[in-house]
Design a protein around this ligand. Structure first.
Ligand SMILES: CC/C=C\C/C=C\C/C=C\C/C=C/C(=O)SCCNC(=O)CCNC(=O)[C@H](O)C(C)(C)COP(=O)(O)OP(=O)(O)OC[C@H]1O[C@@H](n2cnc3c(N)ncnc32)[C@H](O)[C@@H]1OP(=O)(O)O
Ligand SMILES: Cc1cc2nc3c(=O)[nH]c(=O)nc-3n(C[C@H](O)[C@H](O)[C@H](O)COP(=O)(O)OP(=O)(O)OC[C@H]3O[C@@H](n4cnc5c(N)ncnc54)[C@H](O)[C@@H]3O)c2cc1C
Length: 643
């Protein structure tokens, strides 16, 4: 099961080795973080990042090992942006000459980069960005400028205090004409003394949600006052500006400028499964340890994991963690394929890859954020303690619903793809994840054939249900859209329905990939049978949660929906005996979980008690302030008027 979760034996070995390397090195200690002030916290992060970089070089770690090392250090910091966005942006949007110049500097960290796209006034709307890059043919330079307050670059990670360079997205202007938003390599700080270069105002945007979490990252604000950069620092794979000031758009689609975001969105899906698995591991282990009520003649009380309500809240999240893991693997292969095609100037699968990365990013991050909070609640009051590991995990994770594409905006991109697919049905057979829309007639006419709860334990019945639901919702939107004279107005008016149809489409993909994984990639019977139970839990949980869609589209009868729910209850009983095995298969070390409730040894109460005494408030019985502010109240004979 551990290999099934890791993806392969080699992947398991790499991640396991890096987890142990981090867990066994005192430099990467995490428990003290919540007690540190902002400056100490940040300096502590710089120290860890420097030590990690030394480890990577001394141990000659591979790129994969280094990724896992940074993952298990478990602390957002400037290296995330450098490796996951700055370097990929140059790789994806730079010319051969630009890659030859900048990548060696970035890959040896002689420069440290960030990705500066979002501004105070615009994040989702990239075409609305206000920073300008005006070409000066006299000097063969671009003049970078922040014309308004809202054009201030705002949020880029690592930009406030660490990054020496940034990929800055700005409006390209030549002779007063706007030629779209493009990426520019801009140096921010001196490589000698790290001071901001002339014309640049740099700062941190302030504390963020949660204390010890994202405040290890220096998200920055940046303003330009007519800063000049050489013409050859505009990323020119997609479009070029000649020395004469001529703008040339190559035959590469403009959307390649967004390629870095697509790359990160597909990694975010895999990260969702990791984050959700951490929360589920903690809540499952604690639900086995925790006993409450149910004692008979002095016997032990009932383990809360044996309550059906606890199972109905916990086991779908366990199943979702596996579902997101598998769809993340599938998405990565889709992305690798599109990257290879782009090298050959084959853009045929770019629209579908965009829709899948956008939609699955939105689906998995929303479900994971909600799931982490649910896991905190599943642990009762103790889930609210920092030592449970859950509040900090939640605070660390929830911005994933906003960054790299706000979730609703991303689902609207899926909707745009689906609407276009439906409008082409007459003369273009849909393929890939939208292929089911080419089989609309049976999906619109056939209804569910399920007669018993057992009938739901059939992947074909599940797939047909999810295809019919999505097809009927997408086609329905298409038909209503067709009634609007102005398609854009119709799209805006129907955007709620379109987002719901897009979610149905993305859930179909996730269910379908889970079934494919079981049919083609899980060897042996034991693991396969166990994962089959989770696949049915995931699918029938979604069917129950969204049964309104299945009923409203006429595909299901209320009786069939009720049979699905009955089967779900039965499946929970099948998950229960393997619940601990499922979460142990995540191979999460105690250091990574950072949770007293989720300890591998289950020794919760003594360790909770021990952790409490580490709080600085327990340094003394009579704390500072008691004499000055509490004793006088106790001693005064003031009469409170209303008594
Ligand atoms: C924890 C993760 C670990 C490591 C990672 C490290 C760090 C991550 C953590 C924090 C860092 C965060 C960084 C950021 O947040 S960076 C900034 C992210 N910002 C966004 O995502 C902005 C979202 N907005 C957009 O992408 C675009 O504005 C939007 C697509 C919404 C609209 O673009 P535009 O107005 O230009 O186009 P449309 O008119 O909507 O569409 C035109 C056309 O283009 C197609 N399209 C759009 N985007 C893409 C794409 N990315 N790829 C391919 N095709 C694309 C779209 O479908 C339309 O096609 P058609 O319908 O055929 O005309
Ligand atoms: C922790 C964190 C780290 C970040 N790091 C970086 C970074 O390194 N580099 C960088 O460039 N950016 C970064 N960002 C910024 C991030 O990319 C943006 O916040 C994100 O793209 C969302 O854009 P926004 O803030 O403009 O949201 P908005 O788009 O303003 O969203 C606000 C609301 O408006 C709604 N909305 C917007 N447009 C539409 C529409 N067309 N239809 C319907 N509803 C709509 C949204 O659904 C949302 O409910 C980071 C953000 C966070 C939180």
């Amino acid at each position: 099961m551990k290999v099934a979760w890791a993806g392969s034996r080699e992947a398991f070995q790499v991640s396991d080795r890096m987890a142990k390397l981090v867990a066994n090195d005192p430099v990467f200690e995490k428990f003290s973080k919540p007690m540190l002030g902002r400056k100490e916290l940040f300096k502590n992060t710089l120290r860890k990042a420097a030590y990690a970089w030394k480890l990577i070089n001394d141990l000659r770690l591979t790129e994969e090992e280094a990724k896992w090392l940074r993952h298990y250090i478990d602390e957002p910091n400037y290296t995330d942006l450098h490796w996951e966005m700055f370097v990929p942006a140059i790789e994806g949007q730079g010319t051969k000459e630009q890659k030859k110049k900048w990548l060696p500097l970035a890959q040896t960290m002689q420069i440290i980069g960030t990705y500066a796209q979002t501004e105070l006034g615009h994040g989702s709307n990239v075409q609305g960005l206000e920073t300008t890059a005006t070409f000066d043919r006299q000097t063969d330079e671009f003049v970078m400028h922040s014309p308004t307050l809202t054009s201030s670059k705002w949020w880029p990670g690592g930009m406030a205090k660490v990054a020496t360079h940034a990929i800055v997205y700005a409006r390209l202007i030549i002779d007063g004409l706007f030629h779209g938003v493009h990426g520019f390599i801009v140096q921010l700080r001196s490589l000698e003394d790290h001071s901001p270069l002339p014309g640049l105002t740099l700062g941190d945007i302030g504390m963020k949600f949660g204390h010890g979490t994202y405040n290890t990252m220096d998200n920055g604000v940046l303003r330009f006052d007519h800063v000049r950069i050489p013409r050859n620092q505009m990323l020119m794979r997609v479009s070029q500006v000649t020395k004469e000031g001529k703008y040339a758009q190559s035959d590469v689609p403009r959307q390649l400028l967004y390629g870095t975001m697509v790359s990160v969105r597909q990694t975010i899906v895999a990260d969702a499964s990791k984050a959700l698995s951490r929360a589920v591991c903690i809540a499952t282990r604690y639900s086995v340890v925790r006993r409450q009520f149910g004692s008979r003649n002095g016997g032990p009380e009932t383990q809360v994991i044996d309550y059906k309500t606890q199972q109905s809240r916990l086991f779908p999240l366990l199943a979702s963690a596996y579902a997101f893991r598998f769809v993340g693997e599938w998405l990565k292969s889709l992305y690798i394929d599109v990257k290879q095609r782009l090298e050959a100037n084959d853009f045929s699968t770019l629209p579908e890859t965009h829709a899948c990365t956008a939609g699955l990013k939105a689906l998995t991050t929303a479900a994971t954020a909600d799931g982490i909070e649910e896991c905190r609640k599943l642990c009762g009051g103790h889930g609210y303690l920092i030592s449970s590991g859950l509040p900090e995990l939640f605070a660390f994770y929830v911005p994933a619903c906003s960054y790299e594409g706000e979730n609703v905006v991303m689902m609207l991109q899926v909707a745009r793809f689906l609407v276009k697919t439906v409008s082409n049905l007459g003369y273009k057979q849909p393929v890939g994840t939208a292929a089911y829309l080419g089989r609309v007639t049976p999906l619109l006419q056939n209804n569910c054939a399920v007669q018993t709860a057992e009938d739901w334990l059939n992947p074909d019945a599940i797939l047909e249900a999810f295809e019919a639901r999505a097809a009927r919702m997408v086609i329905g939107c298409g038909e209503r859209l067709a009634m609007f004279e102005n398609p854009e107005e119709g799209f805006a008016e129907l955007s709620i329905d379109l987002v719901e149809a897009s979610l149905a489409h993305c859930q179909l993909i996730t269910v379908s990939v889970f079934i494919q994984k079981l049919n083609h990639e899980i060897p042996g019977n034991g693991v396969k049978r166990s994962l089959e139970v989770l696949c049915y839990v995931y699918a029938l949980f979604l069917l129950h949660k969204h049964q309104g869609d299945f009923l409203a589209t006429g595909y299901l009868t209320p009786k069939q929906a009720s049979l699905a729910n009955e089967q779900l209850r039965t499946l929970y009983s099948k998950v229960r005996p393997n619940a601990i095995a499922f979460v142990d298969s995540f191979n999460h070390m105690d250091h990574y979980l950072c949770s007293v409730l989720g300890r591998y040894d289950g020794n919760v109460y003594p360790k909770l008690y021990e952790a409490a005494w580490k709080d600085p408030l327990n340094d003394s019985d009579i704390v500072d302030g008691i004499q000055q502010y509490v004793q006088p109240i106790l001693k005064q004979k003031l009469h409170y008027a209303k008594l």
